[in-house]
Design a binder for this molecule. Sequence first.
Ligand code: UTP
Length: 601
Amino acid sequence: MQSSNIENLAVDLDSDDQATVRLLVALDQSHLLAHWPPPGEATEKKRRMLAQARELDASYPGGLRRYLDRARELLAAARRGENPYAGNEPHVPHGRQLTFGSDEFLGAEEVGLSVANRCAFIAVAGGLGERLGFGGIKLAIRAEVATGSCFLQRYLGHVLALQRAGNARSRVNGRAPVIIMTSDGTHTGTRRLLEEHRFFGAAPGQVTLLKQGKVPALSDDRPTIATSVDDSWHIKTKPHGHGDIHALLHQSGLPRQWLNQGVRWLVFHQDTNPLTFYGVPATLGVSEQEFFDMNSVVVPRRPGEAAGGVVRLEQAGRSLTINVEYNQLDPLLRAAGHPEGDAPDASGSSPYPGNINVFVISLESYVRTLDRTGGVIPDFVNPKYADSDRSRFASPARLECMMQDYPKLLEPGARVGFTQFERGVCFSAVKNGLSEAARRQKAGLPPESAATAEADLYALNRRYLSTAGAVVETGPTRAYSGVEVELFPIVLLSQELTVSLAEFLPRVSNVRISARSTLVIDAADVVLDGLVLDGALVVRAVPGARVVIRGLVVRNRGWEVTELEEATDSSDSRAIRGYDFVRHETRLIEITEPGEHIVQT
Ligand code: UTP
């Protein structure tokens, strides 16, 4: 269609709309207007489509023109099958491996806690979690059934515990800012969840939501902007990835304000990993000790596993420590003269530690970096081709960006490294529905389901007890909807108690917990000085209460986990786990007054 014809189509629209029409024509996207009826008809639909195009133009740095130019360039490279890391020499990056409970772990944790009230916490929660098939937002999923807390509640609980621990150590009353990045799909749900629960105890104004925009989907590598299959008046859009967080933070102006308020570190994390915060104090400590500009929490990586590896890339005297996605790691290694590719070293793991998308960034260098770059992370494209000559897409593609690509914005010489823990100390994400989780488990891959993450949360809490000398029996492994988990003994300690392993250790002596038991402690200051538990015990106490359990024996029918017969409601957290809890009998110790309380019978 001639551009003059197109513009004639817009004579009945206002000047903003006409300018948008001219922009789309100039960008070679006049197909979006090809079905338009003559002026005066379908005016509302035309306006709506042009308003959407303007919003897309405004939300991408550099606008639609830059988006399409970049897409053209990246799609051409993808078609040629280019390796973005060609010419780089891979090396193992610099970092520290911390064993849970070791002196080095406890030392780093204590250093980290001394600055824990000078941190901001940033959760990326714009993803839709399509693989999971949960009806609501992922932050509303119950992370555990023992108390029923959802992911958002757990995150804020950890943040407040860290804040209190930091304040107690530094005698400064710091308040940790919390950012949640949302998207169109999660924004309202996240705000509602916070409001319904009075921000889960966070102070007014402590939590800020930043909503990311979407980007146009592209139906070919010219590139042509796609419209929705069932609505030619609507531009098809897709999420741009969690890398948007850096540009959004820059635009918000918050990082500079935090710097002026004395904040030192930023902790970035994802929306459905219940273990994230157990490794955070020690990671903060390592950042302090190593002066890291960026410090990624990593785990041993199984070669071939669909998780990126952190690699130090060397090229022409320049060094870049960065996550290399799993599908690029093997070709990178082979091209660099390692014919074995993505293979294990003597330890059985890949020499390149696995990225879990939890990292700590120095705020001081972050502010400088955002000022210089606007926080715009270089994007990439991952088209799924329908044919072998890569001329057609199986489904529309879009540009994406990843938050862990932040080192690409840093200046040469920046200190980028890692803190490695065992997987069970820091990582067990909820990503897959039951059948996919069962399939992955059979294939020897991490199932990453609601059930396995819950089991891993209890396992880590049991480990706090056993590291402190408690005798904790091993529970049975059971399958629910095909996913095997070891839920018992169910142990969930308060976040105040687990914020410092060093302070937790002396709280436990002469504790014995049987394989079928449940122990839930929802109290900040508890000492277990003699406890035999064979059943279920729940301890709750108001702030300011100190509970000393001394020589207590609890025997009751306890709790049972039963397979869910049928779950029809996809927004029910039980449906994605395949089981429910039956509480037959529970000993409840509930302390409602501050002060010391000794419980012996
Ligand atoms: P995931 O890889 O788990 O993807 O995102 P997802 O989109 O949530 O889930 P699927 O693929 O649809 O099943 C990793 C993290 O990045 C966030 C997610 O919320 C999660 O915390 N994310 C992802 C964003 O914040 N924005 C995005 O555009 C994409």
